[in-house]
Write a protein that binds this ligand. Structure first.
Ligand code: CA
Length: 261
């Protein structure tokens, strides 16, 4: 009898734990897990496109993006984006950028990513969403949602939006930052809640910025339809500026990604 009770308790704990991992309550709303990426084995090419780009392709960035193991790999169950100072073709730096374009995309939901980066001058790790409409209407009209960006040795991260009306070319992109302080060198969970009425940014479940459709966009809300995920680490360029002469390499680690609906 006693044994049966213990087994029952264990079973209840197990089931409730499973349910907990597949559910997310945020902002008083319940979400169900619809997709997760743990980066436990090799990078799944059925989901991820590994980009190949020359330096200067966007934002006057210095790196070449390569799909090589040196720049993109799974290590200790983490995705590693390793940026390296090296002569590679016409580049002085190499790094990694991968996306789910035309393979996996979402409209609305709660997105969370557990990630960690170095605090180094010249680095620009980013986790962001871009509309699949980019192929037909181009940027910035398609819409861009930056879940997390970090530059240099700052102890803060940024969340922002780009669109035809508000973007960094016009210097009026909508955004805010979250101060990390002692958390800056740790793994943190970067969250984004995207609904038909608002977009809200979180760090470790703490909200720090919201944009309401009605306040800024009225009927011209570009944040609908399918968006794909991009993860990259740029070196140099318009925002962070050059790395120091002593820069050698810098790792951007992603432990997992979860998408809830
Ligand atoms: Ca992992």
């Amino acid at each position: 009898m006693k044994k049966k009770v213990i087994i029952s308790i264990i079973l209840v704990l197990f089931v409730s734990n499973c349910q907990k991992n597949h559910k997310k309550k945020i902002n008083g709303k319940n979400y169900d897990l619809i997709w997760h990426e743990d980066f436990d084995k090799e990078i799944n090419k059925n989901i991820w496109n590994l980009e190949v780009r020359d330096p200067g392709w966007v934002n006057n960035e210095l790196q070449a993006y390569t799909p090589r193991n040196e720049n993109l790999r799974i290590e200790k169950k983490h995705l590693v984006i390793n940026s390296i100072k090296e002569d590679y073709k016409n580049a002085k730096y190499t790094s990694g950028r991968l996306n789910t374009q035309n393979k996996l995309n979402w409209e609305y939901g709660y997105f969370e990513i557990k990630a960690k980066f170095d605090l180094k001058q010249g680095t620009w790790p980013a986790i962001w969403l871009l509309s699949e409409k980019i192929a037909s209407v181009g940027w910035p009209k398609c819409g861009e949602i930056d879940i997390m960006e970090h530059v240099n040795d700052e102890k803060k991260v940024y969340g922002s939006l780009h669109s035809e009306r508000y973007n960094h070319m016009l210097k009026n992109n909508l955004g805010n930052s979250f101060v990390l302080n002692e958390l800056a060198t740790e793994f943190n969970i970067y969250g984004l809640e995207w609904t038909k009425d608002f977009i809200r940014w979180y760090v470790n479940d703490e909200p720090f910025y919201s944009v309401n459709k009605k306040d800024f966009f009225g009927e011209n809300w570009p944040y609908e339809g399918r968006y794909f995920l991009i993860i990259n680490q740029a070196i140099g360029g318009d925002w962070p500026g050059d790395p120091l002469e002593t820069f050698n390499s810098s790792k951007f680690l992603i432990d997992w990604i979860k998408v809830y609906k």
